[in-house]
Design a protein around this ligand. Structure first.
Ligand SMILES: [Zn+2]
Length: 102
């Protein structure tokens, strides 16, 4: 099980109290639940796809959609293609905005 520690010792006592302690789950060190939640929310069935966000595309009468320039090839879309969010997700990927990570 994934149990990142905060590095802080838990205030519970060794023994029954520790065994039932929700803060450290019996480890004696406080568990970083924030890290666990962050990890859980970032996990999905979609694979990460490095890309650059190009903005929203609008067509009259249609819902707007996000466009991405992909940094890794997708089936039918070579590197550097501009691909819609919908297409990327349909292929099983989640676009990651690399420009934002710089
Ligand atoms: Zn504890």
């Amino acid at each position: 099980m994934y149990q990142p520690k905060t590095g802080a010792p838990c205030g519970c006592r060794r023994g029954v109290q520790r065994d039932n302690c929700p803060t450290c789950e019996g480890t004696g060190m406080q568990i970083d639940f924030r890290a666990i939640r962050a990890r859980a929310s970032s996990q999905s069935d979609l694979g990460p796809l490095p890309a650059r966000y190009e903005g929203l595309q609008h067509f009259p009468g249609l819902p707007s959609f996000a466009l991405w320039t992909i940094w890794e090839p997708l089936p039918g879309h070579p590197v550097g293609s501009t691909v819609s969010d919908t297409t990327i997700r349909a292929l099983g990927y989640e676009p990651i905005n690399m420009e934002e990570l710089k």
